[in-house]
Design a protein around this ligand. Structure first.
Ligand code: NDP
Length: 454
């Protein structure tokens, strides 16, 4: 079994990595458990210094790291640079604020003799996807390492080069050997990893199927899981919305990273009074997105991450049409060996069609008409997901009232739904559970321990 780097712009294999045996994996986990027990008692100051150094390393290597991301999963180099920069920022965020998030505390009203402390628990398995192959890893690794835990990364099989380099970054930053390791394993080995006594829990970002299967395995060994799964975020537009802002934000949200983002807007729910105008402007703006070589500076959108992902998306588009949907733009792969897919707009898919409830991981906008606000909310909450959502209206109070009715982990009124290191990130229902980032993410895998003297 081998892991392959396949450039999705050309569909050519660029690198291969052999998969580890079960025995090799077990030996590495033994080494990690031992390394963790030493890392857990490192002074906080030294953990902070390591994260600052990791941020410097990342910035020093920004260009080659961005090129690697683009080669392995196809996002435009411009976006890859931003992703790498954001990784440096999350390291700096936890270096600056992490010690305070982890400081011993006495909850308001608690007895005077009580203190709550946050202790590391072991090695955390990070099962990560390919869509943000650096960012997804750093946003779990930075807080986890700062808290004194170890990290065993099982990255997606199409980004093994990224997995390898991330381990080097932490080593160069002074992290002791075996505190962070990239495991070159396939999914069958995830359960044996979870059964290792040194592994304290698992954080997974990916599809619902992957989440359900990994969480079930974690449950068998009574290990904690945090799941950041997919989404099908609604983007509600009311008649008084400022379309000059709403339309470009809609396009950016749907086409950035070629639409392969969990918090991308995926379903556009338009009030009937604005339906025709918004739709016309959306089609016009989506048509304007330049699709092409992701290494070129004038490219807005590269290929999807693989031919497999492209075919999966096409199958969903076909099912939209079978269900009664009408393709208004795009709708079939671009010619050539690469995994290129054009910006696509589809209207009239019945909201209760199976495909309307799925995550469409590509630049495909599904458009729905709502007669009034109540119907807009019903449509917004009409899938099993609950990750993010957006409401567009000139009346902020009205927007906030609508936001309160949307069942999601984050809702933005008149803006792009995005993550921020100071804010919790995660979903409800089929979008998963637990939170990443801020102090919430930092405390997911620590032992929240109460100590009393009385
Ligand atoms: P997956 O969710 O299958 O993969 C994500 C990670 O989970 C990979 O490391 C994968 O490794 C691992 N994984 C998957 N199944 C298991 C399992 N049973 N046990 C252990 N590990 C597992 O994503 P895909 O690449 O297959 O994409 C499918 C769809 O998932 C996308 O089209 C999109 O809808 C959604 N997705 C959502 C993401 C998000 O950010 N919300 C990110 C990626 C995908 P391996 O491949 O080796 O199994």
């Amino acid at each position: 079994m081998i892991l392959q780097s396949v450039n999705p712009a050309t569909n050519r294999v660029e690198n291969t990595f052999p998969c580890w045996s079960l025995q090799t994996t077990a030996t590495v986990l033994d080494d990690m458990s031992e390394a963790w027990s030493r890392w857990a008692v490192f002074p906080m100051r030294e953990r902070v210094d390591m994260l600052c150094e990791a941020a410097r390393e990342i910035r020093a290597r920004l260009e080659p790291l961005a090129v690697l991301i683009t080669h392995e999963m196809g996002k435009p180099l411009r976006e890859a640079r931003l992703e790498v920069e954001k990784c440096a920022m999350i390291c700096e965020h936890y270096a600056a604020h992490g010690p305070q998030y982890l400081a011993p505390m006495r909850p308001h009203g608690a007895p005077q003799d009580a203190t709550v402390v946050f202790e590391p628990q072991g090695v955390v398995l990070a099962v990560m996807p390919w869509n943000f192959p650096f960012w997804q890893v750093f946003r779990i690794a930075a807080p986890t390492l700062l808290a004194g835990n170890g990290v065993a990364l099982k990255h997606a099989p199409n980004v093994p080069g990224c997995a390898e380099v991330i381990e080097h970054i932490f080593l160069s930053a002074g992290l002791p050997e075996n505190v962070f390791r990239s495991l070159f394993i396939d999914e069958d080995v995830v359960e044996p990893v979870l059964s290792h006594p040194g592994v304290a829990g698992v954080s997974l970002t990916g599809s619902c199927g992957a989440g359900s299967s990994v969480a079930a395995a974690a449950g068998r060994y009574l290990k904690k899981s945090v799941l950041e799964l997919g989404g099908s975020d609604p983007f509600i537009v009311l008649p008084d919305a400022e379309l000059d802002k709403a339309v470009p934000t809609a396009v950016a949200s749907r086409c950035r990273n070629a639409g392969q983002a969990c918090i991308a807007a995926k379903r556009f729910i338009l009030h009937r009074d604005i339906y025709d105008e918004f739709l016309e402007r959306l089609i016009f703006a989506m048509e304007d997105v330049r699709v092409g070589d992701p290494l070129r500076p004038d490219t807005d959108m590269g290929p999807l991450a693989s031919v497999y992902q492209r075919d999966r998306l096409q199958n969903q588009v076909d099912r939209c049409v079978e269900a009664g949907g009408c393709i208004l733009l795009g709708g079939s792969p671009l010619p050539g060996a690469g995994a290129f897919y054009p910006p696509t707009v589809i209207a009239d898919v019945p909201p209760d069609a199976d495909v309307a409830g799925e995550e469409l991981f590509g630049p495909v906008a599904l458009v729905f008409r709502a007669e009034d606000e109540d119907e807009a909310v019903a449509l917004a909450n009409g899938t099993d997901f609950g990750l993010g959502g957006a409401v567009w209206t000139a009346d902020t109070k009205r927007g906030l009232a609508l936001a309160a009715r949307i069942r999601a982990g984050s809702v933005c009124v008149n803006g792009l739904v995005r993550s921020d290191p100071f804010l919790p990130f995660g979903g409800t229902r089929s979008s998963g559970y637990g939170r990443e980032m801020a102090e919430y993410g930092l405390r997911e895998f620590v032992n929240i321990k109460c100590v009393r003297t009385g």
